[in-house]
Design a protein around this ligand. Structure first.
Ligand code: ADE
Length: 295
């Protein structure tokens, strides 16, 4: 089986970050071992899962591990264009992305999840961040609202999965209109001074992966929402040691369990309901056509 077998049949794409290399909740129907696109090969094999639904057509989901299945791809080298192009070709109308983040706010505790609605770009301009470079036309897609609020609201409906005190790892699912993720280049973590600066910018969490993934999803007219999984307090708290990989990894296992639990609920509900933002890609249809600038 290859990409063509499922072309146009998959409705939801999932991109898993550090610590989330597979989704236990899916019944896998195929693993596309190597997927080549005009922008190179995807980060990982693409797993296609199926959810059977009563009355409606089966619901197909595709999963990609952003850093590869053995976590071998650093943030600056993720083939984002290949990943997003593959999901577009499969037919995805929405992408649910997961990412480990550092927290820039006291109330966002390690292991809490956050659904941000804004991004501050602190990458260094070295990532390929558009499909429209060097193809003989100019497109400026709107990006003022980089995420899908409808999708975030939908995910937030299932906060009990995380917030229920009887759950194995109870934690909060934060969702406010103006929550902001800072995206830095990495791979080194921030200095204390930078970490404090990002708080002054209005940052709530920080990662190395939301860009250009979110921009490329927008260029593909795919509704996109990231779920940020907090692992540490970054470096801004003078009374704490600045973040280390050990701290991050220590919280990742719990986060992966919670991510799977949340994703299961969201996928099952989307399969049963086919919510409007999924059917119409949250209104993005035609946004690229309207963004092409000519003389
Ligand atoms: N991913 C997880 N923790 C992070 C941090 N503190 N800074 C950047 N990316 C991260």
């Amino acid at each position: 089986e290859n990409l063509e077998t499922y072309e146009g049949r998959v409705e939801l794409g999932i991109i898993g970050g550090t610590g989330l290399y597979q989704l236990g909740c899916l019944e896998p129907v195929a693993t596309l071992a190597t997927v080549e696109t005009p922008w190179g090969r995807t980060s990982s094999p693409v797993t296609v899962g199926r959810v059977r639904t009563e009355g409606a057509d089966a619901f197909y989901v595709a999963f990609i591990a952003r850093h590869g299945v053995d976590h071998e791809i650093p943030p600056s080298r993720v083939p984002n264009r290949a990943n997003v192009a593959c999901l577009k070709r499969l037919g995805c109308r929405a992408i649910l992305s997961f990412s480990a983040v550092g927290s820039l706010q006291h109330q966002i505790k390690p292991r809490d999840f956050v659904l941000p609605q804004q991004i501050i770009d602190r990458t260094k301009g070295i990532r390929e961040s558009s499909f429209f470079n060097d193809i003989g036309l100019v497109a400026h897609v709107p990006f003022g609202e980089p995420f899908s609020e409808a999708f975030a609201k939908y995910i937030h409906r299932f906060r009990d999965v995380l917030e229920n005190p009887d759950s194995e790892e109870p934690c909060e699912l934060h969702f406010d209109r103006d929550t902001t993720v800072v995206c830095m280049e990495g791979p080194q973590f921030s200095t204390r001074a930078e970490s404090k600066l990002y708080r002054q910018f209005g940052g709530d969490v920080i990662n190395m992966s939301v860009l250009p993934e979110a921009k490329l999803a927008r260029e593909c007219e795919i509704a996109y929402q990231i779920v940020c999984m907090s692992t540490d307090y970054d470096a801004w708290r003078d009374e704490l040691e600045p973040v280390t990989v050990e701290t991050v990894v220590g919280n990742l296992t719990a986060n992966a369990r919670n991510a799977n639990a949340l994703a299961s609920k969201v996928i099952a509900a989307m399969a049963a309901e086919r919510p409007p933002f999924l059917k119409n890609a949250d209104g993005l249809h035609g946004v690229v056509q309207m963004s092409i600038s000519t003389k």
